[in-house]
Design a protein around this ligand. Structure first.
Ligand code: CTP
Length: 443
């Protein structure tokens, strides 16, 4: 464990070289502008835990926006500023992103006589934060580069593997911290300190979570479900009575551990196979978590949490459609009949990959195999002829085209058509008998 407060060497060993150079250059610019610059937050916490995290959050004792402007001018970065909050985001040409915040200006009104006052504003900035493990900061200015600031026992709590708040009103001031506490506990394998858990339970009992805006709550839930294995956090939320704020009917029942474990398995399978395809695993976990809610409750949950329209379709409309698909597939399992490839395609095509993965998690082995077959091969099947080809064959554009192309695709899916010539032969036989015009060719 690191005892020294000088982390320069440790940073040299742990951080990529180009990142170290950037951090040093931030410190140099800060020095030139007469402002202290600190690396803060998750990156410092994870550095000390020897975990890779290169999300750079800076706090500047002074005008953070002026500092960010100077960096942007020197390095040719894109810059977004939020005057109201004194914050900025720098985006370097290689995509590297840095968040910059100003330690609040009012903190400067403190008496400036004592040397420690240099740190007073960063100290107050850090005091506003959620947990002690997130209050560590590393000085970046030349001369003090690598110096660790630990005002609130952050190192001790990292060592004790404890999530602790800084003061008694922390969860009352910002009840979303309740969910953050669960997330950090489970992600880092830490445990809340006893007084912290007591404060959390008391804030929950007093109903403070009801004051959190739906979209903020949904965001916290998303972050929890984005963890590689959200199950321990789901259990912990149940233990702390937090699930009811997502929806009053939401409970961890006997089937949920199995469903979440199966979800993890299918998501993992998909990620190994289809890295290039867009898929949001957290949505699959959300579907599993809410699997037992009826349609009205699901809609109620989406309304309460102000779920964005882009997720509404998946969580409500597609979910309704998927239930019917699942019932149809289960009937086939019971009867012992395999669906034809073209039927499988027709049923599954309207569903996003998240919903298909959810179906795999819910279904038995046959259903998993069928949906897996759709995802891994049927979904990619195309016929070769297109509308232009049909026009060139002399067919009149209109609804007939759809019918022909669907027939061709079904032929491909069911393994009856293998080539462009097969497709042409079928079109000629089925659709062109009375229409063949001289000279109409498809090449
Ligand atoms: N923070 C807080 N209260 C909140 C949200 C954030 O005090 N409700 C503080 C935390 O101290 C945190 C910092 O703001 O360190 C940045 O927030 P965020 O990026 O969400 O946290 P990280 O610690 O960087 O966590 P992660 O590793 O998940 O990005």
């Amino acid at each position: 464990w690191l005892k020294k407060k000088q982390l320069g060497r440790f940073m040299r060993e742990r951080l990529p070289r180009d990142l170290q150079q950037r951090l040093r250059s931030f410190g140099r610019v800060g020095e030139e502008l007469g402002a202290q610059v600190y690396l803060v937050g998750g990156m410092v916490r994870d550095l000390l835990l020897r975990q890779d995290n290169f999300d750079v959050d800076l706090v500047v004792e002074g005008d953070g926006i002026a500092f960010a402007r100077e960096i942007a001018a020197r390095e040719g970065c894109r810059l977004r500023t939020h005057q109201k909050f004194g914050t900025a985001v720098l985006i370097f040409a290689d995509g590297f992103k840095v968040d910059v915040a100003s330690a609040r200006m009012e903190y400067y009104q403190q008496p400036a006589a004592l040397p420690t006052v240099e740190y007073a504003s960063i100290k107050l900035d850090l005091f506003r934060r959620d947990f002690t493990i997130n209050t560590l900061a590393i000085a970046l200015n030349e001369g003090s580069f690598g110096e660790l600031l630990d005002f609130f026992g952050g190192q001790r709590d990292l060592k004790d593997r404890a999530v602790r708040v800084l003061h008694n009103l922390s969860f009352v001031e910002d009840p979303t911290r309740v969910y953050r506490a669960v997330r950090f506990e489970q992600r880092l394998g830490f445990r809340m300190g006893r007084p912290t858990e007591h404060l959390l339970r008391s804030a929950v009992r007093q109903g403070f979570i009801e004051r959190v805006g739906g979209n903020r709550l949904f965001r916290e839930l998303e972050l929890i479900l984005r963890e590689p294995d959200p199950w321990p956090a789901i259990q912990r939320m149940a233990d702390l009575d937090l699930l009811k704020y997502i929806h009053p009917n939401l409970k961890v029942d006997a089937r949920m551990p199995g469903l979440v474990a199966e979800t993890r398995r299918v998501v993992h399978w998909y990620q190994l196979l289809y890295l290039h395809q867009p898929c949001e695993p957290w949505l699959v976990f959300l579907l599993s978590l809410t699997a037992r809610l009826d349609d009205d409750s699901m809609l109620g949950m989406c309304r309460r949490l102000k779920v964005a329209p882009r997720f509404l379709d998946l969580l409500c409309e597609q979910r309704r459609a998927a239930k019917k698909v699942l019932a149809g597939l289960r009937r086939r399992v019971r009867r012992g009949t395999e669906p034809k490839a073209s039927d499988l395609y027709r049923m599954l095509r309207p569903l996003d990959s998240e919903m298909l993965l959810f179906l795999m998690a819910l279904g038995d082995d046959s259903i998993r195999q069928w949906v897996g077959h759709y995802l891994s091969s049927l979904q990619q099947v195309r016929c070769e002829l297109n509308g232009h080809d049909l026009e060139r064959l002399g067919l009149p554009p209109g609804p007939l085209f759809r019918e022909i192309l669907d027939t061709l695709l079904a032929g491909r899916l069911n393994g009856r058509l293998h080539s462009r010539d097969d497709e042409l032969a079928l079109v000629r036989k089925r659709f062109l008998r009375c229409r063949s015009e001289p000279g109409a060719t498809v090449d």
